[in-house]
Design a protein around this ligand. Structure first.
Ligand SMILES: [Zn+2]
Ligand SMILES: [Zn+2]
Length: 341
């Protein structure tokens, strides 16, 4: 079969590799209909290996049809259309038993540690897969995993309906966070970015307030739209160096700051200001299949968020030039979806 194999920095090859073969216990073989690529993939290409263990078939966001069901992959049949979660958890460690499978001590990610879904076929355990409702197209279903990450983030933030929520950085995962926060009833939702195209996407997703902060203070922009009190929840999804500090300054007394964006270096933060306003600092990682994937499919079925977020659909052969490269350069307008065959 054809697959996108990551060999190292600047080296992704579309090549012929062996088919996945028979499913082992609990696994399924899925014929991939659509995959999607994200910042993780382009970062591995641009300056990896970070998390990836090359050579490995990329792809942790995909949808397809089940073509083989291993013993113990209960509840699935050949022909089922399914999405897969990205991470495989062990099920027995302290964190798995507490339902926090994203923190599993043995967590392995498809497309980074083991072969993923940017290929014609992929092997995935049934317990991380969910059946796709008929009204969700393949293109839209390819977004279920990143949307699940955003839903997990917003759940972690404790955002309640009617609370002011600011999202800093609305490209990539930030766009999905805008959609997830609006679905949870954020009011108002303030989208902040330095790129007008990404802000336009946020507006299409329903953000009533969008601010370009290229030439103005992030925290002032948030305070201005919250009558000077700050947002109940500030979600930092840009990874920009100054954003965590700005997020803190723009959080309401007793509010919460959620860090989503990965910082490349340690940052200084004014903990005095945190403490005297009793602001909670929270973090988030990946998603929990059992909770977040079904919620993502429900949201995709009930909104047209996929239309707002998808930039283009490309063939696997064009993955690097039309997908990875523009994503790494920051010139992709939105999500890039890949058709493997
Ligand atoms: Zn991803
Ligand atoms: Zn575990």
């Amino acid at each position: 079969m054809k697959a996108a194999v990551y060999h190292g920095p600047g080296d992704i090859r579309i090549e012929s590799v062996a088919d996945p073969g028979e499913p082992h216990g609990g696994e399924m073989i899925i014929e991939v209909a659509r995959g999607a690529i994200c910042g993780t993939d382009s970062s591995e290409w641009a300056h990896g290996p970070l998390l990836a263990r090359p050579p490995v078939v990329l792809g942790h966001e995909f949808v397809g049809r089940v073509v083989a069901v291993g013993a113990g992959a209960d509840g699935f049949s050949i022909g089922d259309r399914v999405v897969s979660g990205a991470g495989i958890s062990c099920g027995v460690c302290e964190w798995c038993r507490a339902g926090r499978t994203n923190l599993c001590a043995e967590y392995r990610t498809l497309g980074l540690h083991i072969d993923g879904g940017l290929a014609e076929y992929v092997r995935s355990p049934g317990f991380v897969c969910r059946r796709v409702p008929d009204q969700v197209s393949d293109d839209a279903a390819a977004l279920a995993q990143p949307l699940a990450v955003a839903l997990h983030a917003v759940r972690r933030s404790g955002l309640e309906a009617g609370q002011a929520c600011a999202v800093i950085g609305v490209g990539g995962i930030g766009a999905f966070i805008v959609a997830a926060a609006i679905a949870r009833g954020a009011s108002p939702l303030i989208a902040l970015d330095v790129d007008d195209t990404r802000l336009e996407t946020a507006r299409r997703l329903g953000a009533p307030i969008s601010v370009n902060v290229r030439e103005r203070s992030l925290s002032e922009a948030i305070l201005e739209h919250t009558e000077g009190a700050g947002a109940h929840v500030v979600i930092e999804a840009s990874g920009a160096p100054g954003s965590p500090g700005a997020a803190l300054a723009a959080a309401r007394r007793g509010g919460r700051v959620l860090i989503v964006g990965l910082q490349s270096e340690p940052r200084e933060i004014d903990l005095f200001s945190f403490t005297v306003r009793e602001v909670d600092l929270l973090t988030t990682l990946a998603h929990v299949c059992d909770v977040d994937l079904p919620d993502a499919l429900t949201l995709l079925a009930s909104t047209d968020l996929a239309d707002a977020v998808i930039d283009r659909v490309i063939p696997l052969a064009d993955l690097v030039d039309d997908g990875i490269r523009p994503l790494a350069a920051g010139t992709a307008r939105g999500k890039i979806v890949v058709a493997p065959s």
